[in-house]
Every structure is written in structure tokens, then in C-alpha cells.
Design a protein around this ligand. Structure first.
Ligand code: NAD
Length: 345
């Protein structure tokens, strides 16, 4: 049994408390938050859950094997590092840290202490996204032309990071997973409309290897809650809609063929659109956060690296966020990420 302590019990932390209480090989032993009222509610809900307003009580508890960090983003690095140094395995919410160098350091500290350092890129554990990955690998879509992600809603607003840092880690981690690489370069626009000096929306265009263009639209100032990704290949096209519980994936047997016509003698050709059926594959439902928690516990028990969401994956996402932020500051300029995904301008 892996005993887990959760640091940060605001909006999201209680979900981790629930997951680690439900999984067969783990138990949430303790949780920490600065807000005593929050802790009182949680101790009433979970019999035997110990609570504290000082997270260091979790770190010094020898019965705790692993820590889940679900505090505000600016504390991720510090809390993860201290937890690793205290000999705990760590699952930290996204984005892993505020700089790529901090992510690298977290991996080094984890290696030095022989502990697991994993980041909460929860969408790589989403059954629909895993299905998309298999679809791409099967070659069914053909070569990928482009993709776009929309993640919008009216709120919830954050006051520690902007809409880019809040929402885009999900889509960047999804695209990096699907395309097996971080982006090469980005260009982006964002704007601060509400009066708290944080960008409320971003339109970011990322170029991946093989000429794949991926666009990300994130906003907490939008009339509609949307969680969608469209991928266009040269054989088929697919749309994933996370809010569609019945059939989140629609596979379109559509593509364009370049066909020589009687104009061929003039070196011309015609574009013919081929339209087949739309398939809605059956995707078994499993809660992504539970799958993420299960993977974390398995990695601990089997002493294997969390390759699907390790600190390096976290670093690639953070480096991309920096590149997008920089491009937004430069009013949409092209910003290059080098081979190690650092921003080079
Ligand atoms: N994976 C997802 O889909 C998802 C969804 C929501 C939030 N998140 C992430 O989860 C994290 C928390 O987000 P949230 O929405 O719950 O934020 P929140 O502001 O609602 O909660 C953060 C909590 O951390 C507590 N806290 C602050 N400093 C602390 C400290 N030193 N010790 C203990 N507790 C401390 C605060 O009191 C607060 O209750 C963020 O990193 C966010 O990006 C992820």
C-alpha cells in the first residue's frame, strides 16, 4: 500500500484525495492546506484522513511514501523539491514549474534520491486521447497536415497564472504526446481584457516536425465551454470532443486527391474531395485522473520511470509556454525552441 499526502486542497486537490483513497494500492493518509475550514470539511468526508496547515508535517511523516502537489503554480517547484529531498515520490500538478531549468533540477533531485517525479499531464491518460495516439500510430489518418485545439469557457479565473499557463499545458502536452516531439517554433497573440493584468486568452500556433501546424485557442472569457481537438490527415480526419460523453471521437473518412485531368497537358490537376462515412468508435470510459493516479502508483511499485509524464515532458511543456508567452509579448513574433526545447528567440 502506497501512502499519499496531498498538499493543496482547494478546487482540485480533493479530487486527488478521492483518487488515492479509491485506488486499490494506495491510500490518502494526510492532506495539507492553509485553510483550516477546508481541512475540517475533508476530515469529515474521509474517515481517518489526517490534516495539517503545515505541509512539512507531511514531509516529516515516515509513513508517507508519496506526495501529490496541488497547490498554486508558483509553489510547484519548491514543494516538489522539498518533498523529493524528504524521500517522497512526487506527482505534481501541471505546469510542473515556472522555468525549464527548475523542471530539469527536479529530475536531478529525483534521480539523486531514487524517487519518481511525475507531472499531472492528465490528458495523456484520457481514453479518447490514447485512442487518437493509437489511430495516428496505425497510419489510418495518413500523414498529418495540421491540428487545432479549443479549450474555452467563461471562467474559472485564476489569479496566480494567466489563461495560457492555466489551460494550454493540457493541449501542449496532448500535441507533444500525439506527435512524439515538442514543437520547433511558435507564434502567438494574447490579450488582457479583464482588469487583473493577466492574459485572458491566447491564440498560439505551434509548428511540429514534418510540417505539422497545431493551433491552440485557450480562453476563460468565452461564451461556450469547449474541449475539442481536430486533426486533419491526408487519408482521414478526426474530431475529439471531451464533452461528448456518448461518442467523443468522430472519424471522418474524408480526404482530398490530386488527380490529373484532361488539363494534364498544361501541367494542371484537379483537387477531388473524397467523402466516406463518419465513424463513432466505442471508447471505454475511465476517469483520466484515476488512470493518472494508477500509473503513478504502478511506477512507484515497479520502480520504473513515468515516461508518459516525467519531468522531461513537464520541461518541454514549460519551455513551450515560455516561448508562447515571449511571442505574445512580441506581438506574435516567431519564437524558436532549440533541440532541448529552450527558447532561443
Ligand atoms: N489537471 C487539471 O485538470 C487541473 C484542474 C484544476 C487545477 N489544476 C492544477 O491544480 C493546482 C491547484 O489548482 P486549484 O484550482 O485547486 O487552485 P486553488 O487556488 O483552488 O487551490 C490551491 C490550494 O492550495 C492551498 N495552498 C496554498 N499554499 C499552500 C501551502 N503552502 N501549503 C498548503 N496548501 C497551500 C490554498 O490554500 C488553496 O486551497 C494548480 O496547479 C492547477 O494548475 C489542474
Amino acid at each position: 500500500m502506497i501512502n499519499v499526502g496531498v498538499i493543496g486542497c482547494g478546487h482540485w486537490g480533493p479530487n486527488h484525495i478521492r483518487i488515492f483513497s479509491q485506488l486499490p494500492d494506495s491510500n490518502t493518509l494526510m492532506c495539507a492546506d492553509l485553510d483550516q475550514n477546508r481541512l475540517t470539511q475533508l476530515s469529515q468526508q474521509y474517515v481517518g484522513l489526517k490534516t495539517t496547515t503545515d505541509y512539512k508535517d507531511i514531509l516529516s511523516n515516515p509513513d508517507i511514501d508519496a506526495v501529490c502537489v496541488s497547490a498554486p503554480t508558483n509553489l510547484h517547484y519548491e514543494l516538489s523539491k522539498e518533498s523529493l529531498e524528504a524521500g517522497k515520490h512526487v506527482l505534481c500538478e501541471k505546469p510542473l514549474a515556472l522555468t525549464a531549468a527548475e523542471c530539469e533540477e527536479l529530475q536531478e533531485v529525483a534521480t539523486a534520491h531514487d524517487k519518481i517525479m511525475m507531472v499531472g499531464h492528465v490528458f495523456v491518460f484520457n481514453a479518447g486521447i490514447v485512442w487518437l495516439k493509437k489511430l495516428i500510430e496505425s497510419g489510418d489518418l495518413g500523414n498529418i497536415y495540421y491540428a487545432y485545439a479549443t479549450r474555452t469557457n467563461l471562467g474559472p479565473f485564476r489569479y496566480d497564472v494567466n489563461a495560457l499557463w492555466d489551460l494550454a499545458p493540457h493541449d501542449i502536452s496532448i500535441f507533444n504526446y500525439l506527435f512524439d516531439a515538442p514543437p520547433l517554433n511558435v507564434s502567438a497573440r494574447g490579450q488582457t481584457y479583464l482588469d487583473h493584468s493577466l492574459e485572458d486568452l491566447a491564440f498560439a500556433t505551434l509548428e511540429y516536425p514534418e510540417k505539422i501546424i497545431a493551433n491552440i485557442h485557450v480562453s476563460w472569457l468565452d461564451p461556450k465551454k469547449v474541449r475539442q481537438i481536430t486533426i486533419v490527415g491526408d487519408k482521414k480526419m478526426v474530431v475529439w470532443d471531451d464533452l461528448d460523453n456518448v461518442g467523443p471521437i468522430k472519424l471522418y473518412d474524408k480526404h482530398v486527391e490530386k488527380t490529373s485531368t484532361y488539363y494534364a497537358t498544361y501541367g494542371e490537376f484537379q483537387m477531388l474531395s473524397r467523402e466516406g462515412s463518419i465513424t463513432i468508435p466505442k471508447i471505454g470510459f475511465s476517469e483520466p485522473l484515476k488512470e493518472q493516479g494508477r500509473y503513478f502508483i504502478e511506477c512507484i511499485k515497479e520502480n520504473r520511470l513515468p515516461g508518459k509524464a516525467d519531468a522531461e515532458k513537464g520541461r518541454q511543456v514549460v519551455a513551450t509556454l515560455h516561448a508562447i508567452q515571449k511571442s505574445m509579448q512580441l506581438q506574435g513574433s516567431h519564437v524558436v525552441l532549440d533541440e532541448t526545447s529552450e527558447v532561443t528567440q
